[in-house]
Ligand binder design. Structure first.
Ligand code: IPE
Ligand code: IPE
Ligand code: MG
Ligand code: MG
Length: 324
């Protein structure tokens, strides 16, 4: 099931957001136009804008105000991906060449900066300083999360807690804030914007755990890039952290991780991936993701009766089971 099929009701508003996204990054600089449109046109799930619009249904829904938040959040997400692909040395994203591989690293860094700047510009349509503070803080946390990820590369002795703190920062907070800002922008009652924040946070945690599972279990066609990218880069994610706790192949897994590090990511990872796929660690990671989905749904129950509640629950289930 395609994500947007779940939300027929959002279709026309999402089309408007899509047009505004396109407009927001156009400028008279030919190369910046090309590089930023390249990623925009490659598609993507647009899940953060969808959250903004759904959260906005618990207040005085105004597409014009929600647009500023939705476009800005998708741009921040996109900019972070352009930079992330430089750090990860990733060739493909969304099934297309990354900006860094189609052009080069320098162009990708400036493209990311450019898209970040455009995000700030769009958000300036809203004058509430509270909104700007919340978003700035989330961006700082995201950066810390990405820095921490580098610091933890190849550390196979790391704890689940350290992993969870990292994904909270790099992914979940932006989901939380998508819901929270959608709510605040249209004057939603604080109790409800808090519940929406909790919903977004928990879905975001499950989303990143799912992303990390897909990197181990997905196919290139599903995830738009070769599987095993995380481990080649040194990023030890939840299924592996859990497998290393008690798997009978623990020592072999460690030897594989060392081989990947010593070969600068060139060593073959297929045996390691296979061991993780067959491990209990993978099952436990899936269970933890389900736990976050359950918590997200609990938060939805605190919201007033509204058709958007059903959509939030559907989206939570989609994230729990996503295959792309
Ligand atoms: C990718 O996010 C980065 C993560 C936080 C895992 P998405 O999976 O939302 O990327 P697109 O926008 O659909 O390409
Ligand atoms: C998400 O992490 C990146 C950001 C939050 C910027 P990943 O590194 O797992 O994202 P993918 O797998 O490259 O899409
Ligand atoms: Mg990455
Ligand atoms: Mg990933």
């Amino acid at each position: 099931m395609k994500l947007l099929d779940i939300f027929m009701s959002l279709k026309s508003d999402m089309r408007y957001i899509e047009d505004e996204l396109d407009k927001s990054i156009r400028s008279d600089h030919a190369l910046l136009n090309k590089t930023s449109l390249h990623l925009l046109k490659a598609g993507g799930k647009r899940i953060r804008p969808v959250f903004v619009l759904l959260a906005g249904q618990f207040g005085h829904y105004s597409l014009e105000r929600l647009k500023s938040v939705a476009v800005s959040l998708e741009l921040i997400h996109m900019a972070s991906l352009v930079h992330d692909d430089v750090i990860d040395d990733a060739e493909t994203r969304r099934g297309q060449l990354t900006v860094k591989s189609k052009w080069d690293n320098r162009i990708a860094m400036y493209t990311g900066d450019y898209i970040f700047a455009k995000a700030l510009f769009v958000l300036s349509e809203l004058s509430d300083p509270h909104i700007h503070r919340i978003l700035s803080k989330a961006m700082v946390q995201m950066t810390i999360g990405e820095m921490e990820q580098i610091r933890y590369f190849f550390r196979y002795e790391q704890s689940v807690r350290e992993y969870l703190l990292r994904i909270r920062r790099k992914t979940a907070l932006l989901f939380a804030v998508s819901c929270q800002l959608g709510a605040i922008a249209v004057g939603t009652h604080p109790t409800h914007s808090r519940a929406l924040y909790d919903f977004g946070y928990n879905v975001g945690m499950a989303f990143q755990i799912g992303d990390d599972i897909l990197d181990i279990c997905g196919t290139e066609k599903q995830i738009g890039k070769p599987p095993g990218s995380d481990i080649r880069q040194g990023n030890i994610t939840l299924p592996l952290i859990l497998a290393l706790q008690d798997d009978p192949h623990r020592e072999m897994m460690i030897a594989h991780i060392d081989a990947v590090r010593e070969s600068d990511g060139q060593a073959d990872t297929s045996d390691l991936l296979q061991m993780i796929r067959e491990s209990n660690g993978l099952k436990r990671a899936e269970q933890l993701s389900e736990l976050y989905i359950a918590k997200a749904i609990e938060a939805v129950h605190l919201l007033p009766e509204q058709s958007a509640k059903r959509s939030l629950i559907d989206i939570a289930h989609f994230v729990g089971k996503r295959t792309y």
